[in-house]
Design a protein around this ligand. Structure first.
Ligand SMILES: [Fe+2]
Length: 337
């Protein structure tokens, strides 16, 4: 028996193999429709297939051939991309000079991102159409904001939520402006003492957004929490599951993805499919499986019809549980079918 990572098959219409549980009992026949509820249920539970059924091509492997299609154009024209990156540069330079970032520049950036993504979201076939390839320091915030904005549309968030998440994502790394450049730009892995300094960027970011800019708590929280992990092993507070705000859970997925596929001083850019494989392997250790599932759908450019996308279900409601396996099963059995 071979373990199956069910998230790899997101986007496939039906099971291409019989599915077994850990007692080696067949639970689904080959050909059974692969519903979102089934994927969510088995994303946190071990399932298996008979390895004698031959090599199977998952949607992750297929993505390798699709994501570098040069014929797909960016949602941003050259002029708009330049404008967005120059705004990011302006904001970062203001903080470096000890000034308070200009809120109107941040909001103008947010509005352009939302306008461009919302008008083109239905035609987007690859996540790369949402990204700007430029100097990471300035393009990363724009890219994370663009991916978050697309996810917010996929989740059917209300306008105010789309706006706040996009702005939060744009500013999530603003605290890095207070990290010494020799640590930020170090072309080698950081030693533990440097890592501790680096971790402070989350707290600095919260301070800049909340106290200096006077923006709402939920926007500042994304800067504070985007390095937290779903199982509680992240930083700065080591909070887990629904203790991490939903905005932060979404931004952390976009953040990790953009960092993996970007060129950095210490690494070459990774292909989209390799990045997704790493993120799937991390699974619910790092990410909310439900948000990761939606993200993989976005990467695999499949329509997400058929899945309930009410923000109430996935965390805006105080009553909603969405932690790990329990939540995936709960969403599955109660709300998606
Ligand atoms: Fe980041």
């Amino acid at each position: 028996m071979q373990k199956v990572v069910i998230l790899e098959y997101v986007g496939q219409e039906s099971l291409e193999f019989d599915l077994y549980n850990s007692f080696r009992e067949k639970i689904y026949e080959k050909g059974t429709p692969l519903t979102p509820s089934m994927v969510l249920k088995f994303s946190t539970v071990a399932v298996y297939r008979d390895e004698n059924e031959g090599e199977l091509v998952s949607s992750v492997s297929r993505a390798k051939y699709k994501t570098y299609d040069d014929s797909l154009t960016s949602v941003y024209s050259h002029e708009i991309a330049e404008y967005l990156v120059s705004n990011a540069k302006k904001v970062i330079e203001q903080v470096e000079k000890g000034e308070i970032p200009d809120k109107s520049v941040c909001e103008a950036t947010r509005n352009i991102i939302i306008d461009e993504i919302s008008s083109k979201i239905d035609e987007v076939e690859s996540i790369h159409q949402l990204r700007i390839v430029d100097d990471y320091t300035f393009s990363h915030g724009v890219n994370v904001a663009s991916i978050c904005s697309a996810l917010a549309f996929k989740f059917d968030f209300q306008q105010k939520e789309i706006e706040d998440l996009t702005l939060a994502a744009f500013l999530h790394d603003i605290g890095k402006t207070r990290i010494p450049p020799e640590i930020l730009q170090k072309p080698k892995p950081l030693v533990p003492s440097e890592l501790e300094i680096m971790k402070q960027h989350t707290i600095y970011g919260y301070d800049i957004i909340k106290n200096q800019m006077g923006l709402p708590e939920r926007i500042a929280l994304v800067a504070l929490e985007h390095q937290e992990k779903y199982n509680g092993t992240g930083y700065p507070r080591g909070i887990k599951g629904k203790e991490i705000s939903l905005f932060s859970q979404i931004a952390s997925i976009a953040d990790v993805y953009d960092a993996l596929v970007s060129q950095r001083v210490y690494k070459e850019p990774m292909t989209s499919s390799d990045a997704i494989k790493i993120m799937i392997a991390e699974g619910s250790k790092s990410f909310n499986p439900f948000v990761l599932y939606k993200f993989i759908y976005l990467v695999n450019y499949k329509s997400s019809d058929g899945i309930v996308e009410d923000p109430q279900i996935i965390g805006f409601s105080e009553d909603t549980e969405h932690e790990g396996a329990e939540s995936a099963t709960k969403i599955d059995s109660n709300l998606l079918d």
